[in-house]
Every structure is written in structure tokens, then in C-alpha cells.
Design a protein. Structure first.
Length: 457
């Protein structure tokens, strides 16, 4: 991914084709296949998790179709913030920007915890939290110094991680037992579906980050939709494979708890399952740990980069302290935004509450989805002549389905996690207090120029 896209306010070099966009889309998300999803089994069991995953998959497929239209029409680093600002006005645009920031800033600490859990297998003298903090420092420093890794390398890392998931599914599938899969299928009854929803969303969370590189697509009309949709298709197949084979070896508890007597959940479910099939000494087990780490790193690095862009955009327009919109004087990277994001993420990491961090990130994501689909529907009415290189198929039904499911998911999350929803609401309340009390009215009214029907800028 080009660092120029983060550092400058002008046009970006169009170098990404559909294959590279596929690699970025899958790379942002693929860590969700390696951890996090298993925590939904504790809530809903295999049946509840399957239902939750089915509903969430439908939501994401329809959302991606609509989001691709927005990203092609308004290719800006701010993503949902830009779309909602133009479609719904300044306050709701700020809400979308805040929700996007919460999603992208709270996702990395959860991934950092998983990186720590995987590496602590090799380095038991270090705690997972310590390793996770080291990862934060390392990848934030890399982004500040200047990311030299090309999209080709990102693609290679992603392909390796996908292949390893297929290897896992093949090995675990060879030991699949229907009896193990249906063991204790609804530990909390059908109400457990609600509790499983945030972890089903974790399977796909952050695919919307593809929109942040829309300006770098060689041909947005052709390449961006292809990249979005092929990435989504890949992720759907992988999610179902991992869920079914991961539970079918020794039951869902074997993918959630390190041992039968433990009440502590694990951030490394695939090694737990693989251990039941081949044992810890087997080369395939060690390969899974090593290659699985590359999948986590791909998502960790990618979301840190996207989060820096989202934070920087808010700083540029004056919706956050202006210093966050600045770049490093020589490296031309968003150093202030990256450092602030890292500090917030490190605090979340040290809480040790991966499930809660995931839920807060998911609340931000679902809010983003609701506002984005509302923006799409509104902009079709208010700006019918806006150039749209890609138009959502099945409009208005497809975005309406995404809107209904995202709204239902948001309600379900609030019902299932009232305490965390209050925390999330508190974060948004602080943001709005800043918006109305600190940001000058003149800045709020002129942050973004009006959207012309004949302009996609």
C-alpha cells in the first residue's frame, strides 16, 4: 500500500488492480479467522453461532455492494465520514467519523492480544500482553518511519495466510465428527444468538477499509467492485470452513478454553483445535502457529494504517485537534495520528478484555454500516447526477436489506451487552461534546465543501 496516500492531500497514484485490492480486503480481515470468532461459541454454541454468522454474512454482502458505490463516487481517505457528511449533514457525518475511529482504533488491540497469545506458545517467559505491546510499538514505528512494504508483499502474506487456513480446514476436517459438532449446541438457548453476533461480525470486520484506498485503484469502476466482491466471497468461504471444522473436532469448548478445567477463554483457537488432531509436537501444529501469525500481522498492520488515515482526516478538517492532521516533516507519514491511536490501543490492550474490546469495535462498525447505507439512500435522492462509476445492483432493495440487518444487529448488541453499549455511548457523548462545544461553528460549517452533482471529489 502506498504511503503517499496517507501523507498527502492531493491525488494518489493509481497502482492497485483488483488482485491487489482483493489482497488488501482479505488481509485487513483475515485475523478474524484466526481468533475472536471462537468467543461467540461461549455465547451461542455451534447452532447460535451458525445462525448469527448467516445473518451477519447476509448483512455484509449487501453492505459491501452499497459501500462500493459510495467509495467509487467519493474516493477519499475519510471513508464513511465523508459519505455521511455529504449525505446526512455535519453532525451525523461526525458521528460516522467517530464510529469509524472507534472501530479502527479498538480492533488492533484485540489483534495484538491474539499475536501475544500465538507467540507466547514459543516464548512462554513473556506474557501475551507484553508481546502485544511490543507488536504495537514495532508496527507503529514502521508506519511512522515510512511503510516500504508494497501491495505485492501484502498480497503474498495474505495468500500464505489463506493457504494455511485451508490446510487447517483440511486437517481438522479429516477428524470432523457430527457428534462433536452438535454437542451442547445452545448453551444459553436461542437467546445466545444475540451474544454471538459481535463475534460473527468479527469474521468480516474491517473489509470496509478497502474504501480508504479507492483513490489508488487503477480503474475504480472496474477494479474496486471486483476487489470488494472477490474479497467478500473469499471471506465467506473461509468463515464457514473455519467455523464448521473448528467446532467439529472436539466440540466447541475445545476451541474456546485452553483445557477442560479452565474458565479463561483463549485467543488462539486454531492451535487448540489442531492440538486435538495432530498433537503439539507435529510440524503442522508449529506451522499453523507460525503462518497464523502472518495473518494476524497482515490485519494488525493494515488496520493500524487505515486507522491512521481515519484519524488524520478528522484532524485535517478540524473535527479533531489539528495536530492529528499533520504529517512527519521528513517521513511524510501521519505520525501524530498513529501515536495517539497506539496510546489508546495500548490502554485497551492492558485491560486484558479481548471480548469486550471486540464488542466495542463492532459497535463502532455497525453504527458505520447504518449511517453509510442511510447516506447511500439519501444521496441517490439529493444528488441523482453524482458520477457513480459503480452502482449498487438491486437498488434500493440491497442497501435496504443491509440497513435493516445492520440496525437489527445494533439493537441486538445493545440488548446483549448493555454495559459495553453504555461505554460506547459514553465515548460518542464525549465526542459530541467536543464537536459542539470545542469546534468553532465556522469550522463545522466549512469542514467540507458542498458536493456537486457533477463532481466525485
Amino acid at each position: 500500500m502506498s504511503e503517499v496516500g496517507v501523507a498527502t492531500t492531493g491525488g494518489l497514484k493509481r497502482t492497485l488492480g483488483p488482485l491487489m485490492l482483493w489482497g488488501l480486503g482479505v488481509g485487513y480481515v483475515i485475523s478474524g479467522m484466526y481468533f475472536g470468532w471462537n468467543l461467540g461459541l461461549k455465547e451461542g454454541g455451534p447452532y447460535g453461532m451458525l445462525v448469527a454468522t448467516g445473518l451477519v454474512t447476509t448483512m455484509y454482502v449487501t453492505f459491501v455492494l452499497g459501500y462500493a458505490e459510495l467509495s467509487c463516487a467519493m474516493p477519499r481517505a475519510g471513508g464513511a465520514f465523508i459519505y455521511a457528511h455529504h449525505g446526512l449533514g455535519g453532525p451525523l457525518g461526525f458521528l460516522a467519523g467517530a464510529a469509524q475511529w472507534i472501530e479502527f482504533v479498538f480492533a488492533p488491540p484485540a489483534i495484538a492480544a491474539a499475536i501475544g497469545a500465538y507467540l507466547s506458545i514459543y516464548f512462554p517467559s513473556f506474557t501475551p500482553t507484553t508481546i502485544g505491546l511490543g507488536a504495537y510499538l514495532l508496527f507503529t514505528a514502521i508506519n511512522i518511519w515510512g511503510v516500504k512494504q508494497s501491495a505485492v508483499l501484502e498480497l503474498v502474506v495474505t495468500v500464505v495466510a489463506v493457504v494455511e487456513l485451508l490446510v487447517f480446514a483440511g486437517v481438522a476436517g479429516s477428524a470432523f465428527s457430527a457428534e462433536a459438532f452438535v454437542s451442547d449446541p445452545l448453551p444459553n438457548g436461542w437467546a445466545g444468538v444475540l451474544g454471538a453476533i459481535p463475534f460473527a461480525i468479527w469474521f468480516y470486520l474491517a473489509i470496509e477499509g478497502v474504501a480508504n484506498v479507492a483513490e489508488e485503484a487503477r480503474s475504480p469502476q472496474r477494479d474496486l467492485p471486483r476487489g470488494f466482491l472477490t474479497a467478500m466471497g473469499t471471506l465467506v468461504a473461509l468463515a464457514l470452513l473455519v467455523l464448521v471444522t473448528g467446532v467439529g473436532v472436539a466440540g466447541w469448548k475445545a476451541a474456546v478454553f485452553p483445557d477442560a478445567s479452565s474458565d479463561t477463554t483463549s485467543d488462539s483457537p486454531l492451535p487448540l483445535v489442531m492440538k486435538h488432531v495432530v498433537g503439539e509436537a507435529h510440524p503442522l501444529y508449529k506451522l499453523l502457529v507460525g503462518v497464523g501469525l502472518s495473518g494476524l500481522v497482515a490485519s494488525f498492520h493494515g488496520i493500524i494504517l487505515v486507522a491512521g488515515r481515519a484519524t488524520m482526516e478528522l484532524g485535517r478538517v478540524g473535527y479533531a485537534p489539528r495536530v492529528l492532521g499533520r504529517t512527519h516533516p521528513t517521513r511524510l507519514t501521519p505520525a501524530p495520528a498513529l501515536i495517539v491511536n497506539m496510546v489508546v490501543g495500548a490502554v485497551a490492550l492492558f485491560s486484558g478484555k479481548t471480548a469486550e474490546i471486540i464488542t466495542i469495535s463492532v459497535l463502532g462498525a455497525v453504527t458505520l454500516y447504518v449511517l453509510s447505507m442511510l447516506s447511500l439512500l439519501r444521496l441517490r435522492r439529493t444528488h441523482p447526477d453524482l458520477p457513480r462509476p459503480f452502482r449498487t445492483p438491486g437498488y434500493p432493495l440491497v442497501p435496504a436489506v443491509a440497513l435493516v440487518l445492520a440496525s437489527a444487529a445494533l439493537v441486538a448488541l445493545v440488548i446483549a451487552t448493555p454495559g459495553l453499549s453504555l461505554v460506547y455511548g459514553g465515548l460518542l457523548a464525549v465526542g459530541f461534546a467536543y464537536y459542539f462545544l470545542v469546534i468553532p461553528k465556522a469550522v463545522r460549517e466549512s469542514a467540507l465543501p458542498p458536493l456537486s452533482n457533477r463532481s466525485n471529489a
